[in-house]
Design a protein around this ligand. Structure first.
Ligand code: FSX
Ligand code: SF4
Ligand code: F3S
Length: 373
């Protein structure tokens, strides 16, 4: 990393040392299964003043995706470091300017960085009746999306709504909502589903593109393999209880209080591909299952918003459930200066070195949707 480039951004990173910043970026690299040495490349790229900007378009959603991204920035965490460094030039929720000023700035950035900028799509795209149900600056969202996508260097759909329609597409779908990949047929759209998704997975994807000028490896549904290649159930800390047949039968019962498996309460972990059980959310290190709530499959098309929340998951749906890779016992992460997401990653790296990760690696190729690299 150029010392001068780093000095310019050091203050916005809370005065972190260059050495520590490279270490943090190495954790991001490890999370994407890149060699630790890639940390230096990431550090160089995200502090380069000429890095490509991010243009963020919002359609039909609850803005939880933006909100989720902002959560970590209240504390000094790995995620907040990355968020401070992506050059977010347009986001309707966060723009300092408004109206013509904001629209003109977007046009300027799109023209200046044609073929280079990262287009992020949040929310579903209404297509019924000419797309009139979501208009921005007097124009249907779908028109703006298609026109901006033509000039983007990479396209990332953040959240389930943008990935495949999510909540908005649920029956009866009055606005004809679709996900961005369906609207932008023929284009590569990386999807980061979740309602909301883990900001860590999104920011890592952006960092990968900015560093290598290419997107990380994706599966057939456009999801980055580093985050979505395994079922939640495969790495869930409650998994030993599932294997032993110890279940919570109702909320608040003895099994629930003891941290038993939530399968009988409708947990969709066995049919949902995501890394929630490994990479918890933000600096409080939480995720649905460690709060006692069953996973409802928010990131999985045809599961979240389609299968009733408390209905038991169909265990015959996925034939590739592997034995648990986690040790027995329930473990709750607590927040600290170094976020739980980052700590989990660092832990994974250390664990792999110690041999514990070998079990995980053995089961890595478990997603039938993924292509061979
Ligand atoms: Fe959807 Fe984003 Fe769920 Fe909300 O806007 S993925 S409703 S968390 O926030 O699009
Ligand atoms: Fe965890 Fe849910 Fe699987 Fe039980 S069913 S082990 S709570 S993911
Ligand atoms: Fe969503 Fe389930 Fe993860 S509800 S946040 S996919 S644990």
């Amino acid at each position: 990393m150029q010392h001068n480039d780093f000095e310019k951004v050091k203050e916005s990173l809370g005065g972190i040392s260059r050495r520590d910043f490279i270490k943090f970026c190495s954790v991001v690299a490890a999370g994407m299964s890149l060699p630790l040495s890639a940390g230096k490349d990431i550090a160089n790229a995200v502090t380069n003043p000429n890095r490509p900007p991010v243009i963020w378009l919002s359609g039909q959603g609850c803005t939880g995706c933006t909100e989720s991204l902002l959560r970590p920035s209240t504390h000094f965490t790995l995620e907040s470091l990355l968020l401070n460094l992506i050059s977010l030039e347009y986001n309707e929720t966060l723009n300092a300017g408004a109206g013509h000023q904001a629209e003109n700035h977007k046009k300027k950035m799109v023209d200046k960085y044609t073929g280079k900028f990262v287009l992020v799509v949040e929310g579903a795209v209404p297509t019924k009746d000419g797309g009139i149900y979501c208009q921005i600056a007097g124009r249907p969202f779908q028109e703006i999306l298609k026109e901006t996508a033509e000039k983007a260097g990479a396209i990332i759909a953040i959240g389930s709504c943008a990935s495949w329609g999510g909540l908005v597409k649920s029956d009866p779908n009055p606005t004809g909502a679709k996900g961005a990949p369906e609207v932008l047929k023929g284009k590569t759209v990386v999807t980061v589903p979740g309602c909301p998704p883990n900001p860590y997975n999104f920011l890592s994807t952006v960092a990968h593109y900015i560093t290598y000028n290419k997107l990380p490896a994706i599966d057939q549904k456009g999801r980055p393999k580093f985050a979505y290649r395994r079922l939640i159930h495969e790495d869930c800390p409650r998994r030993p209880h599932f294997d032993a047949g110890r279940f919570a039968e109702s909320f608040g019962d003895e099994g629930h209080q003891k941290g038993y498996c939530l399968y009988k309460l409708g947990c969709k972990g066995p049919v949902t591909y995501n890394n929630c059980s490994l990479k918890h959310f933000n600096d409080v290190g939480t995720w649905p299952v460690n709060t006692g709530a069953p996973c409802f499959g928010c990131s999985e098309e045809d599961v979240g918003f389609d299968i009733p929340k408390f209905r038991e998951a169909d265990l015959t749906k996925e034939s590739i459930i592997t034995p648990s890779a986690t040790p027995a016992g329930i473990h709750y992460d607590q927040g600290s200066g170094f976020s739980a997401g980052a700590a989990a990653l660092a832990g994974a790296a250390v664990g792999a070195a110690a041999g514990a990760g070998a079990v995980t690696v053995k089961h890595m190729k478990s997603n039938p949707n993924e292509d061979d690299e």
